[in-house]
Ligand binder design. Structure first.
Ligand SMILES: [Zn+2]
Length: 359
């Protein structure tokens, strides 16, 4: 459906072709609408409604969705989507933007990752089903109305509570359209892979809507540097796909693409205790360098376990909550080839504020 729509849009065809329609409404070219769209009902029988902003440009072009808070406590993306929807000037928009800043409204209200109803993960419930669990019914209403009609999409996430990560894109770059989208977002790090079944990006991509996930920082926070970096990425994507034809595509300076199954490594604790983390996410660590130490409340010398980098790499994520059982993840280390390593070293020399302040 995506290509059909893009083709008909650019064909400058008959009236009505660039109207955006959803169950119960329409948004005409040159118009925008703030919609509260019902996806479920509470125990009191009141509607559970998600905020949706549709901006239909005066000119034809692709339809793009921007979504956030599929996990209710992941806030950075909400601000990215809100600023695009309400602070940017779309007078010359070629195409349509579907902005979904808070998909998991029950989780958002409770400030929890999952849907509070039986702790369901909305981001494992796509594309959803009308006659299934509550989570799948919600997913179905979002997917059929606001995802399937799009040509491409970006879904914003943060790390799970207790951990943080540097801004990166996750994308199935075996799909050429997804690869184009992932590169256009202009992040330094892309983790390749199709993602778990039921995630919005995998199911949307499988349904013909190339979609990437953007991971940025930690839950329960607005992190301005990361939000600004993501806004640059969105602007770059809108330029690449012609929605803002007068803007230019951003190039991040250096980029590393990591195979999901390959060279990234989660280092796990081999001892229980309290973690004294020596690094932040975004740090470059050298082979043999101490990443953290696992200690206990008595700080007895003989029980302190140090964890060293098995190779030189980039710390994409580190735990924030400093307590571990044996087997718990400590950090996510990505191996870098020499070219990327030199680019990263130059970046650090220039004291990129992003790398400096990300903690
Ligand atoms: Zn998430």
């Amino acid at each position: 459906m995506s290509e059909d729509r893009a083709d008909s849009s650019s064909a400058d065809g008959g009236p009505g072709e660039d109207v955006f329609t959803y169950n119960g409404g329409r948004v005409d070219p040159g118009e925008s609408a703030n919609i509260r769209y019902g996806i479920s009902e509470t125990y009191l029988g009141d509607p559970v409604r998600i905020p949706v902003t549709v901006i239909n440009g005066t000119h034809p072009g692709p339809t793009v969705f921007l979504s956030a808070a599929a996990h209710g406590d992941e806030l950075n993306g909400i601000e990215v989507v809100r600023e695009v929807a309400h602070d940017w000037n779309h007078a010359d928009l070629h195409g349509t933007l579907i902005c979904l800043p808070v998909m998991n409204v029950p989780g958002f209200l409770a400030q929890e990752r999952y849907l509070p109803i039986y702790d369901r993960d909305l981001n494992r419930s796509f594309p959803g089903r009308e006659d299934s669990t509550s989570a799948r019914r919600m997913a179905h209403r979002i997917f059929t109305n606001f995802i399937e009609p799009c040509d491409l999409g970006i879904d914003f996430h943060t790390s799970t509570r207790g951990r943080t990560n540097m801004l990166h894109v996750r994308a199935n770059i075996d799909d050429a359209d997804v690869e184009r989208l992932a590169k256009a977002f202009s992040s330094n790090v892309i983790i390749a892979g199709q993602g778990p079944s039921g995630t919005l990006r995998r199911e949307a991509t499988d349904a013909g809507v190339p979609t990437i996930t953007v991971e940025m920082g930690e839950a329960h926070r607005f992190q301005r540097q990361l939000i600004d970096r993501s806004l640059t990425g969105v602007a770059s994507v809108l330029a690449e796909f012609g929605l803002h034809p007068d803007s230019s595509v951003h190039w991040p300076g250096w980029r590393v693409i990591i195979d999901d199954a390959g060279e990234k490594t989660w280092l796990r604790a081999d001892a229980g205790g309290i973690v004294d983390m020596k690094h932040s996410s975004g740090d470059l660590v050298r082979e043999g360098e101490t990443i953290c130490a696992i200690t206990n409340p008595f700080k007895e010398e003989d029980v302190i376990v140090t964890v060293e980098a098995p190779f030189t790499g980039l710390l994409v994520g580190v735990l924030e909550n400093p307590v571990v059982y044996p087997g718990n993840p400590l950090c996510h280390l990505v191996k870098l080839d020499d070219t990327i390593l030199h680019a990263l070293e130059r970046e650090i020399e220039r004291q990129d504020p992003f790398l400096e302040t990300l903690e």
